[in-house]
Design a binder for this molecule. Sequence first.
Ligand code: AMP
Length: 277
Amino acid sequence: MKTVTTLAELRAARAALDGTVGFVPTMGYLHAGHISLVQLAKQQCGAVVVSIFVNPAQFAPNEDLSAYPRDIPRDLQMLEDAGVDLVWLPTPEVMYPPGFQTWIDLETITQPLEGGMRPGHFRGVATVVAKLFNAVAPHKAYFGQKDAQQVAVIQRMVLDLNFPLEIVVGPTQREADGLALSSRNKYLNEAERAAAPVLHRALQAAQAAYAAGERNGEALRSLMQRTIEHEPLARVQYVSCAHPLTLQELDTITEGALLSLAVYFGKTRLIDNVILD
Ligand code: AMP
């Protein structure tokens, strides 16, 4: 496995890769969710490139940029064990050179849900992902369903800007009790960790109601809200039943709708989602 930092090193190492190149962008502090994307890329591609970059532009001033967990030696060992060919660790100066002023802004798709709660977040995500795509020039890029709006935003950007690559979405990896794996789970204390599977239970309750014939969007949102309110350590930020591409809230639920939510445990904000099928 080769590890590079500068753009020149990345370009030289990329040029030496043969066949279909798969790319997994990450912010590091890796877990089995990231590695599942690497494994998917290994199955589908001749070479796998991973980037690790904690992107300052997608954190608001009040968010956890400086506290975001980091462990590069451990990450590199995990990527080596997973059979990755090339790891890129760009510095902030590579991604945001002095005088930087070129941003990618998607219009309506970034307004609701995560975008509504985290203004500017997807501007940072879209810009950094576009820059990573330009530099790595992959044939396929891998993203987790865990971040459903991110997937919708990146897919829209790839269409709008004609990036010559395919987006592949990997399923959300979970702990045995249903909690979606996330680098932020590390912030939870013992009681919060015990409470956190309520996100998945709320999604499952809404899924079960849908399977039993419920098609009213408000009824499903309210069911998720009430399920979470039963957990005293949880504080709901939003619950949503939305169209999977436009992310607009649905009055009447159709197949493929996206159920998603954001919930605080203390200062830690967790998100999760499922697609209704
Ligand atoms: P991050 O390092 O949080 O930016 O995540 C990097 C990639 O891993 C993103 O495409 C995430 O959606 C994906 N990811 C994060 N958590 C999970 C998970 N539990 N299951 C599957 N993919 C995940």
